[in-house]
Design a protein around this ligand. Structure first.
Ligand SMILES: *[C@@H]1O[C@H](CO)[C@@H](O)[C@H](O)[C@H]1NC(C)=O
Ligand SMILES: *[C@@H]1O[C@H](CO)[C@@H](O)[C@H](O)[C@H]1NC(C)=O
Ligand SMILES: *[C@@H]1O[C@H](CO)[C@@H](O)[C@H](O)[C@H]1NC(C)=O
Length: 496
């Protein structure tokens, strides 16, 4: 989340709440209109024409690129990846550095990106909190063993594992910068607060979700609350706090020089609502490691048999992740309960754990609940299903599972959020979208059932081609490299 607490001087309470209520309703009604008008147009066309690869390369001024940088052709000349024109010295602020088996999305992003940049010869220094849950020796060898050649150098500040202290990290950064100045500084969301960021003309920040996106989330979550269920005080608080949060962000985001959005729609919000000048907004979609996810028919068939999907299944749906309310499981549970009564040969495979696990288990033999899965098992899971369903009600950022499924050659069924619509489901071929309510999801499910697994296989081919051209970790790393080069020296912004 791209939020943090600056402590503004308190205005009188009544004035504040009046003001925020007015603003809430203003934005409530203007934001959707605005998104409707703006979201898909330009980037959609650009993405579509480039979806199959930009054969002749791309030339122009990268600061003016109004679409995902991922679609640019960075590998010039018969797929050869040229070495970077200069080796950069990069400083990174990240609240955590992943060591455990199941790191969160933001940490996975950091590890994938900086590993790739270091392998391209850049000197990457990561400033982070003490590493968690690993023996002291391992940590020590990670720290001392790296010379920065081919892998990032990790600087953990002192203190408790996982507890981020930006001022300690800043001291370490300043010391390292005195030895030899950094070409560019990168922060993962607000790891570096805005009052320090403002000192750095060579800074780029990646936003893994902004408050304006959570306005949608709040609306949708409130809309699916049954009348019999009282609103929880915590949710009610966040509902009323979301507009002040947006306003706060609009004010302090200006302090960061370059902004990287991880979806096209978030990039547009940063330009149009957050009012950050065009040349300071960049869209680089997160990439996933294509050695971890890909098409593997035999693996898929084996896994299907192992988990007990009958050979004559007409359609196999898959869902993965934490089984909690705000990931939309109440919707899928209801909608699939309806579908399974009508179609006895349609199956749902559930990979993940959480409060909704037991309810899914109670739905009978057409629902196969696998529990949480290791990343290596997920590869088999994606290959075993016909279509991936993600009913999330939290659109902040962009769920990596969606990209993983596309890369595995599977079409998507997902809530119609601007980020998903403008970046992933840019072509009807890639899957189905629904409004986040039971009826709309059930209609989408019916449409997929009517096409059956053969229809999904046809769509899946287009998905895989699209994903391979956009969402690989290599593509992401090259896009970041270009931006960092461009920050160091303007001549690199004009792409030959
Ligand atoms: C880093 O070093 C450069 C060169 O000495 C200096 O100009 C810059 O102000 C330093 N940055 C910070 C934040 O200390
Ligand atoms: C929700 O929060 C608002 C604003 O703080 C308050 O006026 C309202 O009474 C709360 N409603 C519930 C049901 O807690
Ligand atoms: C920027 O790069 C160009 C071409 O490599 C070089 O001639 C120029 O000196 C560089 N400028 C700075 C400020 O480093």
């Amino acid at each position: 989340m791209a939020l943090h607490n600056t402590k503004p001087k308190k205005p009188t309470l009544s004035l504040k709440s009046k003001l925020s209520t007015t603003l809430f309703f203003t934005v409530l009604f203007t934001v959707p209109t605005f998104l409707l008008l703006h979201a898909p147009v330009a980037p959609l066309c650009a993405t579509l024409s480039g979806a199959t690869g930009v054969a002749d390369g791309w030339s122009g001024d990268l600061r003016a690129a109004e679409f995902s940088w991922n679609r640019l052709e960075f590998a010039r000349g018969a797929g050869r990846r040229l070495p970077p024109p200069v080796k950069l010295r990069v400083a990174v602020f990240s609240r955590k550095w992943p060591v455990g088996p199941a790191p969160g999305g933001m940490e996975r992003h950091a590890r994938t990106l900086y590993g790739a940049l270091a392998r391209r010869g850049h000197m990457v220094h990561v400033f982070t909190s003490p590493l968690e849950s690993v023996g002291k020796e391992v940590v020590k060898s990670t720290l001392e063993g790296s010379s920065g050649e081919g892998e990032p150098i990790i600087h953990c500040h002192e203190g408790e594992p996982g507890k981020w202290r930006y001022n300690k990290a800043w001291e370490q950064f300043e010391e390292e910068n005195r030895t030899k100045p950094f070409d560019v500084v990168h922060t993962e969301s607000v790891a570096l607060p805005h009052w320090l960021a403002v000192k750095l003309p060579n800074l780029a920040v990646t936003w893994h979700g902004i408050a304006l996106e959570s306005v949608h989330s709040s609306i949708y979550q409130e809309l699916i609350r049954p009348p019999s269920e009282p609103i929880s005080p915590v949710f009610n608080h966040s509902l009323f706090g979301v507009i002040p949060k947006v306003i706060k962000e609009i004010k302090f985001f200006q302090n960061y020089q370059h902004h990287i959005a991880i979806s096209d729609s978030c990039g547009e919000m940063l330009r149009d609502v957050y009012q950050i000048p065009n040349e300071r907004v960049h869209v680089i979609v997160n990439g996933i490691d294509d050695s971890d996810f890909g098409v593997d028919l035999r693996l898929g068939t084996e896994f299907r048999t192992r988990i007990g999907v009958p050979g004559n299944a007409r359609l196999v749906l898959g869902v993965a992740g934490r089984l909690v309310k705000d990931k939309g499981h109440p919707l899928l549970f209801e909608a699939f309960s309806m579908i399974k009564e009508k179609h006895s040969d349609v199956y749902l495979v559930v990979a993940g754990s959480g409060p909704w696990q037991q309810r899914y288990e109670e739905l009978g033999h057409q629902v196969i609940v696998l529990g949480s899965m290791k990343p290596a098992e997920l590869r088999a899971f994606y290959n075993a299903i016909d279509i991936f369903v993600n009913p999330t009600l939290r659109p902040q950022g962009l769920d990596l599972t969606l990209m993983e499924a596309l890369m595995s050659g599977k079409p998507l069924m997902a809530s119609r959020f601007p980020s998903i619509k403008g970046t992933l489901l840019v072509d009807d071929e890639f899957g189905f979208m629904f409004a986040p309510n039971v009826q709309s999801l059930a209609t989408a499910l019916e449409a997929a059932v009517a096409e059956g697994s053969n229809g999904m296989r046809r769509r899946g081919k287009a998905c895989q081609t699209f994903a391979a051209s956009m969402f690989t970790a290599g593509k992401m790393a090259l896009a970041y490299e270009r931006l960092f080069l461009c920050i160091k020296n303007e001549t690199f912004c004009i792409y030959p």
